[in-house]
Ligand binder design. Structure first.
Ligand code: MEV
Length: 298
């Protein structure tokens, strides 16, 4: 018998509070209209000649293809395959004994740009197995396991990325609470520096800063949270708050020369720009007010 499930999940923009959220502070985050789509098809093996689960895995956007035996896991697999094996093991007892899994992934979310591609992947992966085994989606359960998958990718993330990818909309998020907000920004530009970033590396960099200079570190983290609260309470002041949040991120050490240059050029035109996500490359966000896309590009 053949069974197919398809799920999709959105990318995200952190409006304010990245990095501080790792240390329990609040972050403001919103989902975006770019999604990752995953299809899981299971061909259940009825003749039982092979007591195995085989996996064919295709990432269409990067043209990566893998075929593996899921029972023979090793640490030398690409991280996406490790993630599949991890999730498969969580659901193994609810699956039939043998068969072939075909997973196909297509994504509108650029990879490694800070727009939540890995979280959308983790959420879709858990969602597919959930739907296959239980015939429905329980978002709280999916989010919990997707967080563990995110830990494989990023070490000890805050959980903000998987949570927004699971629930969508906009959230005021901390490690202990999430509040849905009716938060909307118009004229928001996403600027891709084209420089790949590593969330794990940037989170490690901030950890060193906070551990080596705890007093200064704590003050910056608190100031970032104050910025976030002000963004929610006074959305009309968001341009100044972007600027303040960016200064604090720079102080934490997650900006780079290229980002500083973009921020400076746009600021000369009264446009405040900030990192969104981990920094060190990836994407920036800017409120463009009345400027057109062409003017911003110029
Ligand atoms: C990455 O999208 C956001 C960070 O705050 C890391 C995290 O929250 O886990 C940099």
């Amino acid at each position: 018998m053949k069974k197919t499930v398809i799920v999709s999940s959105p990318g995200k923009l952190i409006i304010g509070g990245e990095h501080a959220v790792v240390y329990g502070r609040r972050a403001l985050v919103t989902s975006i209209g770019m999604r990752l789509y995953m299809q899981l098809t299971v061909d259940e093996n009825t003749d039982k000649q092979t007591e195995k689960h085989l996996l064919n895995f295709i990432l269409h956007d990067t043209n990566q293809r893998y075929s593996i035996d899921l029972s023979e896991s090793s640490d030398t697999q690409p991280i996406e395959i490790e993630a599949v094996i991890y999730v498969y093991n969580q659901f193994k007892s609810s699956l039939s004994e043998t068969g072939v899994f075909n997973i196909e992934v297509r994504s509108e979310i650029p990879i490694g740009a800070g727009l939540g591609s890995s979280a959308a992947f983790s959420v879709c992966l858990v969602g597919c197995f959930h739907l296959l085994c239980y015939g429905k989606l329980c978002l709280e359960d999916i989010n919990e396991l997707a967080y563990k998958v995110e830990c494989l990718f990023h070490g000890t993330p805050s959980g903000v990325d998987n949570t927004i990818s699971t629930f969508g909309q906009s959230l005021l998020y901390s490690r202990v609470s999430k509040k849905h907000l009716n938060f909307r920004l118009s004229n928001l530009a996403i600027i891709d520096t084209g420089i790949p970033k590593s969330t794990k590396r940037m989170v490690g960099l901030v950890r060193s800063f906070v551990e080596n200079t705890p007093e200064e570190g704590e003050k910056i983290l608190n100031d970032i949270e104050t910025c976030v609260d002000a963004m929610v309470e006074h959305p009309d002041e968001i341009n100044e708050l972007f600027q303040r949040n960016q200064q604090l991120l720079k102080h934490l050490g997650v900006s780079i020369v290229e980002i500083d240059q973009i921020v400076e050029i746009l600021l000369k035109n009264s446009i405040s720009t900030k990192i969104t996500g981990a920094g060190g490359g990836g994407c920036l966000i800017a409120l463009t007010s009345t400027f057109t896309k062409e003017q911003i590009l110029e």
